[in-house]
Design a protein around this ligand. Structure first.
Ligand SMILES: [Zn+2]
Length: 343
């Protein structure tokens, strides 16, 4: 197909889908009655950021290829072609690049529903607000599975995840939560058993703690992962595959996972002052079959010798654990605020 024909086809398709988008938006909830302006491009439905801002009754500022939406002290920034946006300076990944069409920016409808709407308008989330009493903390790896290692500083991921998790558990208990570990010694546990632990105690929240590794020795910063919504590509693949269409039990909590991931990233960033690597999305085994919201934290890069050295001190391990506790507590505050908003 020549470029001209393709472009024409796009315009035709875009125009044809305005009506169906409006129909869809009216089903989302009382606060979503209007006026989302949609187009369809290459089989994906997109909604204009301008109409999203209008719908949220938010201010919008356009500058070149970027759009900033703000309301009640919250600022979200979107840039053409990016596969992420910034929400209060936290980098939140979306599944599809932001589209520029006729000098306006558009967000894929799925990304709007999974990542933007829960942040700006949590009142319309379909399922009930989760509580937060029992939290299962999962120290990654263990036993024969060391995870990633830093030979220079003689650090093994399995030992650091356990050291951090034990402090997190103790601090959460002091705050009145019921905090349970999936392992409290250097033992191997299957991923499925860790999830089964959480489901059998009817956990309200699952937090898996890991450390990262990269070929680049300078890579650093925290990454938070949530389960990729059904039908969407994960953060490390750019194209949809047939396996992306599968929906897992954990996808019931997509919206709450978004709020939990943001709460954790925001809190860790505040305390540890790291460069922001964002909330990303993957279909990790420990997230797929959870019966509650869950996140996986890639705490830092042990492959970075400067960073790894920090973790040779108990002070830094404690500081990291407290940052995670702050993240859990911020999630608790956020869901309580949402619960009040919805009552
Ligand atoms: Zn790991």
């Amino acid at each position: 197909m020549s470029f001209k024909v393709f472009l024409f086809a796009s315009i035709f398709i875009c125009a044809a889908y305005v009506a169906s988008c409006q129909e869809k938006s009216s089903k989302v909830g009382a606060a979503q009655k209007s006026k989302l302006v949609c187009i369809k491009n290459a089989g994906t439905e997109y909604v204009s950021l301008e109409s999203i801002a209008k719908d949220f009754d938010a201010e919008i500022v356009r500058s070149g290829y970027s759009v900033t939406i703000s309301k009640s002290g919250v600022i979200a920034k979107f840039v053409s072609k990016d596969r992420y946006f910034y929400y209060n300076d936290c980098k939140l990944f979306i599944c599809n690049p932001i589209l520029l069409w006729k000098k306006k920016l558009y967000l894929a409808m799925n990304d709007y529903e999974s990542y933007v709407q829960p942040m700006f308008s949590p009142k319309v989330i379909a399922n009930s607000t989760p509580g937060l009493k029992t939290i299962v903390i999962d120290p990654g790896h263990g036993g024969k599975d060391s995870g990633t290692v830093n030979r220079l500083h003689r650090l093994e991921e399995k030992n650091l995840t356990l050291a951090v998790a034990k402090i997190v558990q103790a601090e959460l208990k002091l705050l009145g939560f019921n905090a349970i570990l999936t392992r409290n010694s250097d033992v191997h546990r299957e991923l499925a058993d860790r999830v089964a632990d959480a489901n059998s105690v009817k956990a309200d929240f699952f937090v898996s703690i890991h450390f990262n590794s990269a070929d680049s020795k300078s890579a650093r910063g925290v990454e938070i992962f949530t389960l990729t919504p059904a039908g969407q590509p994960s953060s490390y693949s750019s194209n949809r595959t047939a396996s992306d269409s599968v929906s897992f039990a954990g996808n019931e909590f997509d919206h709450w996972n978004t709020i939990a991931g943001y709460s954790m990233l925001y809190s860790m960033k505040q305390r540890l002052k790291f460069s922001d690597r964002g909330v990303k999305h993957a279909r990790f085994e420990v997230l797929k079959r959870l019966s509650c919201p869950g996140i996986l934290i890639e705490t830092e890069f042990l492959s970075n010798n400067v960073v790894a050295k920090l973790f040779t001190t108990q002070d830094y391990i404690e500081n990291t654990a407290l940052a995670i506790v702050n993240g859990v507590y911020r999630y608790y505050l956020n869901i309580n605020a949402i619960s009040k908003l919805r009552s």
